[in-house]
Design a protein around this ligand. Structure first.
Ligand code: XLS
Ligand code: CA
Ligand code: CA
Length: 437
């Protein structure tokens, strides 16, 4: 069978930290035990079908640059089949256990809805066979509800109920496809669910429509017995000026308000957290502390650019901060680290996809090793514990148990007077963190 990555003969090897070979792992050693689990089980890496196989390198100023031989077939379905073969060759050679897709990445959308569904079913059948042959699994599936012009004004939040219905029909098939492939999760990213101007938008109504859509998805999953985890992926802007799923806190508030909290967790993307004006670790913590960190889109933005650049992560310190949160919650469960990332437009060769993923995997493997060490040593945790120690003392206990009142606290302040001040020791803690690299 024709190979699409002939430069890579075998699986990418692990060569250790001293290696200078860009086609080898320096830190990612899938079977190495870190704490109680192997690296592979901690990190659960996944490749994003859309960026890695379907992105073309087109930007607002210029044409496609990416050389992707699998996208050169004669018919759209032939291209889809070649892409699937290239994808599984890539997953195996790279050594990743998972992948993710949108319905329209896997199978082309054509003239009629019925035909598009047939294409998807046929591609799912082929993907299922390749999953069985290789042991590679689906981390999550999703539906593309933003690319086609019909979704210009949103999908579930569209002012036209006909478009809502179209989106519902499409998601029905995307969930079924995900289930057929044993997908561990199903993702809802807000696409164009947001607005450009309130002159033409009824925001309350659109929120209610979105909630109805999610309830229907929950009902459908129950009906067909899909037991994967539903995930919502927050993003503050782009493509719309104001996306409804702005950040982790906004999404959790929305789910609570519409009685949906029990059915969803969050898929936190690094680049989306920073676009919302947060750090990656802020949104991870917000999700995790609410028991809602389900999965991660592992990428990074550019500090000099204010949009979703979806670059590969290369900073082990950022990855360590993320992995500290993941370790503290006992792992990602059904979730994983999905590289929702693409090489720059000028990195157009197929082999650039290997360089990019290898460095992203190494950054997270290095981050995991540091995070485990930091956790085992316990210095940072101990500092935080001691910082809040007064809440285990008498006043603190009364405050947190609900026993204290404004009046009782006034009494205690009359007696005790001014509190003594403690340094937050930020620079000391930063220096401890840095010592693990
Ligand atoms: C876009 C999102 C998208 C989701 C899947 O910004 O990251 O790719 O992850 O629809
Ligand atoms: Ca994403
Ligand atoms: Ca993104």
């Amino acid at each position: 069978m024709k190979e699409f990555f002939p430069e890579i003969q075998d699986r990418i090897p692990y060569e250790g930290a001293d290696s200078k070979n860009p086609l080898a792992f320096k830190y990612y050693e899938p079977n190495r035990m870190v704490g109680q689990k192997s690296m592979e089980d901690h990190l659960r890496f996944s490749v994003a079908y859309w960026h890695t196989f379907k992105a073309t390198g087109v930007d607002p100023f210029g044409a496609a640059t990416f050389d992707r031989p699998w996208n050169r077939g004669t018919t759209p379905m032939e291209q889809a089949e070649n892409t699937l073969r290239a994808a599984f060759e890539f997953f195996q050679k790279l050594g990743v256990p998972y992948y993710c897709f949108h319905d329209r990445d896997l199978a082309p959308e054509v003239e009629t809805f019925a035909e598009s569904c047939k294409n998807l079913e046929s591609m799912v059948e082929k993907a299922k066979q390749l999953q069985e042959d290789t042991g590679i699994k689906l981390l999550w599936g999703t539906a593309n509800l933003f690319g086609h012009p019909r979704y210009s004004h949103g999908a579930a939040t569209n002012p036209d109920a006909h478009v809502f219905a179209y989106a519902a029909a499409q998601v029905k098939h995307a969930i079924a496809a995900t289930m057929e492939l044993g997908g561990a999760n199903y993702v809802f990213w807000g696409g164009r669910e947001g607005y450009e101007t309130l002159f033409n938008t009824d925001m309350k109504r659109e929120h209610e429509q979105l909630a109805r859509f999610f309830h229907m998805a929950v009902d459908y999953a129950k009906q067909i017995g899909f037991d994967g985890q539903f995930l919502i992926e927050p993003k503050p802007k782009e493509p719309t000026k104001h996306q409804y799923d702005f950040d982790a806190a906004t999404v959790l508030g929305f789910l609570g308000a519409y009685d949906l909290l029990d059915h969803f967790k969050l898929n936190i993307e690094a680049n989306h957290a920073t676009l919302a004006g947060h750090s990656f670790e802020h949104d991870l913590t917000l999700a995790s502390m609410n028991g809602k960190l389900g999965s991660i889109d592992a990428n990074v933005g550019d500090t000099l650019l204010g949009w979703d650049t979806d670059q590969f992560p290369t900073d082990p310190a950022m990855c360590a901060k993320a992995m500290l949160i993941v370790l503290a919650q006992g792992g990602l469960g059904k979730g994983g680290l999905n590289f929702d990332a693409k090489p720059r437009r000028g990195s157009f060769d197929p082999i650039d996809l290997f360089y990019a993923h290898i460095s992203g995997m190494d950054a997270f493997a290095r981050g995991l090793l540091a995070a485990q060490q930091i956790m085992d040593d316990g210095l940072l945790d101990k500092f935080i514990e001691e910082r809040y120690a007064s809440y285990s003392g008498s006043i603190g206990k009364q405050i947190m148990s609900g026993e204290a009142t404004f009046e009782s606290l006034e009494g205690s302040i009359m007696e005790k007077g001014e509190p003594s001040l403690e340094s937050g020791r930020q620079e000391m803690l930063e220096s401890i963190f840095m010592s693990y690299f």
